[in-house]
Design a protein around this ligand. Sequence first.
Ligand code: NAD
Length: 487
Amino acid sequence: MAGTKTLLTLENFIGGKFLPCNSYIDSYDPSTGEVYCKVPNSGKAEIEAAVEAAREAFPGWSARSPQERAQVLVRLADVLEESLEEFAQAESKDQGKTITLARSMDIPRAVHNFRFFASSLLHHTSECTHMDHAGCLHYTVRAPVGIAGLISPWNLPLYLLTWKIAPAIAAGNTVIAKPSELTSVTAWMLCKLFYKAGVPPGVVNIVFGTGPSVGEALVSHPEVPLISFTGSQPTAEQITRLSAPHCKKLSLELGGKNPAIIFEDADLEECIPATVRSSFANQGEICLCTSRIFVQRSIFSEFLKRFVDATRKWKVGIPSDPSASMGALISKAHLEKVRSYVQKACAEGAQILCGEGVDKMSLPSRNQTGYFMLPTVITDIKDESSCMKEEIFGPVTCVVPFDSEEEVIKRANNVKYGLAATVWSSNVGRVHRVAKKLQCGLVWTNCWLIRELNLPFGGMKSSGIGREGAKDSYDFFTEIKTITVKH
Ligand code: NAD
């Protein structure tokens, strides 16, 4: 019939099979605001089926040698890489991010996650120590935990989902993954590659649906002893409550309120474009994005002018436009939430220098209903304001002056979060001193977002519990045992 579009309809992937669901939820294209996809609205029954499949697959998968498991991960990386463009297009449409970012970051990183953990898996050794006076040898062995529950957010959908699936299966676990209901498409596409890559049925099960329904069913299931979660702090609290009766092993990667600290001796040529990127990349929807910029008073006016000029050049466009720097926000509700923070700041007497409410946005007419917003810079704002305290997770950043090193460290630490920070200075001593005193899990100095996957990733305070990385993920996805032999 003319005018009727066939919607993309996803299915759960359980025990190596695509299975339809009794009910579905709508998924929206952020750049048009139109429903374009149906996502299974799964619940307890689907989690039961997935647990059964994962339980059956566990003995065979965990008994494989690390080399055999690594080969499967490498094949998965290869087949995903062959379809990189198709996945990038799908991720950009589903999430609203620019095609350029999906092509250059999201999908290449998903490919790399499988290659990285395939290789790192082969380099773990156990510990051993001798106790000569007692005639004993002590050593450790590690074993997979069992069925791993993996829950991921919507901002970097495939990137973060594979960051969990890869180490979990490399370590010999079987998994049940639940991607965000707002961005499920690339996870579903990935399932189509499992057969091609030789992932045995039941090793990776992906069940779609909302957090309160299928997410809670997964977290509460007594046969899932471990939950790896990336998302918001309120959800982490609920997951912790539901896991408590079973004493589950938890890894929680949560939000941030990340400061950038810019000293008067910073190289502004480098610092300004990098700070625009750290504030607005992926529409500011990265947990590591900068949202509080502290600038030493002697360079404050110059920085602010140049920063606003550079921000105004940051082009908002439809996600498929290769020249766009920023696409659409994830949902109408999220756009309204982000805007409400700017309105609150205005009501408190802060100044909006560019973006929301100040500049006009022009977009192609068919995109007027999409969830677009201009990158917004706020100043004259107090540290106690909600824009300076709470995670906004959108294209909004605040710029404020500071006088001394001691003062700025105190102010940067004065939030409940502790994920990441950036420090800009050409004084090496200062860079080390400040980095050490900041209460956060990651500090980038004179750069942003350069990642070394071998090293621990994660936050302090309300930004999370646990770390991810080569050794840290392996530790999390395995149980360790100490064995003593008297000889
Ligand atoms: P969210 O907490 O709303 O959802 C995350 C996931 O949890 C989704 O799959 C969701 O369906 C599920 N979920 C929601 N309620 C649940 C429940 N009651 N039980 C079980 N699962 C439930 O977060 P979001 O809005 O998708 O993501 C944004 C947040 O994620 C931000 O706070 C951001 O900072 C954070 N984040 C952190 C990192 C990191 O590595 N630290 C990375 C990316 C995003």
